[in-house]
Ligand binder design. Structure first.
Ligand code: ADP
Ligand code: MG
Length: 692
């Protein structure tokens, strides 16, 4: 019998040789609690140390790794008293020559690289009286690992570290953990899929991702682990979608020819072809025995509201309540007004619920909703609060879905008996991303604008163009049109944007727009004041509206033909596209005027991209490339578990493959009790990850 206990993937990491309680603490900070976690503690990058080069052979403008002893180390302060900066200069000697390395503003390097220290330095080589490196990667050679078998003469993993852990140490722990448990791990990808996709088995992939034999092996390992992550993500979505489809709703909303005629008669225009198609897809869902779970995607101004209206009127005709959730109060009020117009003279009762409604009025509204005395409830997230109860909620519509997360969707769903659900988004999301963020939904696309729209001109302006821009605004106002003027975005501060908007309005009133009534709208105004400001703009009493980006989503005033944005470089591309969607909604030609101070090439490129196209999908892709998916959509909010290896935008073909496999598996083995059993544990763990 062996004296050492058998190690398994779930054994606490402290029992791994060399770790102990002292090293287990910093490892825990990295999320490594068990030996299995260590195996999954993936390197953040690799360093090629197969051919360690001698200092004598270094060539300028190459990337290299050398190993030597620190022969001299000196810390200085430069820049005088006004801009004091520290610089640590280290001279490394490997017996063939000397290399000078400089570190700016990293005083601690002086202690780390004291004279006599044995270290690897790796970075780009420059030449100035000999070889130099500026802020190279440093790895001090661990004394008790003199011939570190996993840290030299190979492609070396660089693992995420934390204080109290040494790179070589972590490497050794990982190597031991691999040896002890990697073959005991269950591969969550069913073998037939793995073979069909020619993926490495889990154990091989983990060995190679840490200690690759060569570049190809590393690529194959990463590919396999990316697939696994995307597969689990899609499997979670596939199972959720299946669950939706197994649910039965207590109601069916059937639309016969008579009801169809009655609903259409309420709209002041005929539907576009795309609207017709979306309406019939939705009508089929409404009549089905299982709840609708559909995403309606359409660029700004495509006419989503009327499609939603069609569905809501159908629900109401079948004696069900419908709720419409909007991301801002302004939009909720607008939707209320739109539907009130459509429904003028009918029996349908509409109510608004928003955060700012007076409590007495709110109580009355809540009581009416609970008693079934209200048919359509329009509101902000106030609708998903606990105290809101519906008598017979049959349909839920979420407008501008990209502002709501999966969790909020779930909260709304729980208010009805399996209600039909339609979510609408004007954020054109690349297809691969849609498959993830809304991967459990069916999709309808509104890919046609209502007739008679004119293209919008987008012009980039410098300060010197200002008088001309204001001339243009005055000209449009004289013709009975309206102009939005968006105050600069001031980040991470609630007070400043308000001040910026107030100031801008004052300046305009006194200067260029003297004699023209200028309105003001910002997010900190009280609900009724916002409504008044919006109303005054809509009916032309204040034809210029100074605002913060609260007008970003959904606001619909067809007379608006000018939109000025201050400091456009501070806005995201998708946000500017949304803002642009506020104009060009009527038959007159519109112009977006962007004042900017774009100093960086990126900022300039973004604005040029915006000016160059009005295709929301192209803009979204450019924006995604620049900002990454997290910021683009707030994936943290959207409830997608953190991805550690794969990226949502990385490899569309791989995502598609993983999705296809996952959805097929969910059909074949929906309980994960047979072929999919191997994936069950990994899926549970994956879904419990925090959103990334
Ligand atoms: P979005 O898709 O951005 O929410 P809206 O639903 O606000 O767009 O519609 C934008 C404008 O287009 C509104 O003024 C609406 O009345 C108008 N509209 C929608 N559908 C049609 C149509 N079929 N014909 C003419 N105008 C339409
Ligand atoms: Mg809208």
């Amino acid at each position: 019998m062996s004296a050492t206990p058998e190690l398994g993937p779930d054994t606490p990491v402290q029992y791994l040789k060399g770790v102990g309680p002292r090293r287990a603490r910093p490892l825990a900070k990295l999320g490594v609690l068990t030996v299995g976690d260590l195996v999954r503690h993936l390197p953040r990058e690799h360093q090629d140390r197969r051919e360690l080069i001698t200092i004598r052979d270094l060539r300028p403008e190459t990337h290299a790794t050398v190993r030597g002893r620190v022969a001299a180390s000196r810390t200085r302060r430069v820049g005088g008293r006004r801009h004091p900066r520290s610089v640590v200069t280290v001279t490394l000697d490997d017996g063939t020559g000397l290399l000078v390395a400089e570190f700016w503003q990293q005083r601690w390097r002086g202690d780390q690289l004291a004279v006599g220290t044995d270290a690897f330095l790796s970075g780009r080589v420059t030449w100035e009286h000999g070889a130099r490196m500026s802020s190279p990667e440093v790895e001090v050679v661990d004394e008790d690992a003199e011939d570190d078998p996993v840290g030299a003469s190979r492609i070396v993993p660089i693992h995420p570290l934390t204080q109290g852990l040494h790179p070589a140490q972590v490497r050794r722990f990982v190597a031991r953990a691999l040896e002890a448990v990697v073959d005991q791990l269950e591969d969550p990808i069913p073998a037939p899929l793995r073979e069909a996709r020619e993926l490495l088995p889990l154990a091989d992939a983990l060995r190679q991702i840490h200690f690759p034999d060569d570049d190809d092996a590393l690529a194959a390992a990463r590919h396999r682990l990316e697939y696994e992550e995307l597969f689990l993500l899609q499997l979670g979505l596939a199972l959720r979608r299946r669950r939706h489809r197994e649910e039965l709703k207590p109601h069916r909303i059937e639309i016969d020819a008579r009801l169809d005629r009655r609903i259409r008669a309420r709209f002041p225009f005929t539907l576009t072809g795309a609207q017709e198609r979306c309406v019939s897809e939705i009508a089929a869902d409404l009549a089905a025995p299982t709840p609708m779970n559909r995403l309606l995607q359409g660029d700004v101004g495509a006419g989503k509201t009327v499609v939603a209206g069609y569905a809501m009127l159908a629900a109401v005709a079948r004696r069900l309540q419908a709720a419409l959730l909007a991301p801002t109060e302004i939009l909720a009020v607008q939707h209320h007004a739109t539907f009130a117009r459509f429904l003028a003279g009918s029996q349908v009762r509409i109510a608004t619920l928003s955060g700012s409604a007076r409590s007495k009025k709110r109580r009355e509204t809540l009581a009416a909703v609970a008693a079934g005395d209200v048919d359509i409830v329009v509101g902000t997230h106030a609708i998903i609060q606990q105290d809101v109860r519906f008598a017979s909620l049959g349909l839920v519509i979420v407008d501008e879905q990209h502002k709501f997360g999966v969790l909020q969707r779930a909260a709304l769903r729980s208010k009805g008996l399996a209600p039909d659900m339609l979510v609408m988004s004007a954020t054109p999301i690349p297809r691969t991303l849609t498959m993830t963020l809304f991967g459990d939904l069916d999709v309808s696309v509104l890919d046609e604008l209502p007739p008679g729209r004119q293209p919008i001109d987008t012009v980039l302006c410098e300060e010197t163009d200002r008088p001309q821009a204001y001339d243009w605004v005055r000209r449009e106002i004289r013709r009975g049109r309206r102009a939005y003027h968006v105050a600069p975005l001031v980040e991470e501060n609630d007070e400043l944007p308000l001040k910026a908007a107030v100031q801008l309005a004052d300046e305009l009133r006194e200067g260029p727009f003297a004699g023209i009534p200028v309105g003001l709208l910002h997010g900190r105004m009280k609900g009724p004041d916002k409504e008044l400001a919006m109303e005054a703009f809509r009916d032309g009493a204040t034809p210029v509206l100074v605002c913060t980006s609260v007008v970003e989503v959904g606001v619909d005033v067809s007379e608006a033909t000018v939109l000025i944005v201050e400091h456009a470089e501070r806005f995201g591309l998708a946000q500017l596209h949304q803002l642009r969607g506020r104009i060009g909604r009527g038959r007159d030609r519109s112009r977006m005027i962007l004042f900017h101070d774009a100093k960086t090439r990126d900022a300039r490129a973004r604005l040029d991209a915006l000016a160059g196209t009005t295709d929301g999908f192209k803009i979204a892709e450019a924006d995604l490339r620049i900002r990454g998916p997290g910021e683009f959509l707030g994936t943290r909010q959207s409830g997608v578990p953190e991805l550690r290896v794969a990226s949502l935008l990385g490899d569309p073909a791989l995502l598609l493959a993983a999705r296809e496999d996952a959805f097929a598996l969910a059909e074949r083995d929906p309980d994960l009790s047979d072929e999919g059993a191997v994936a069950a544990t990994a899926l549970r763990q994956f879904l419990s990850r925090r959103p990334g």
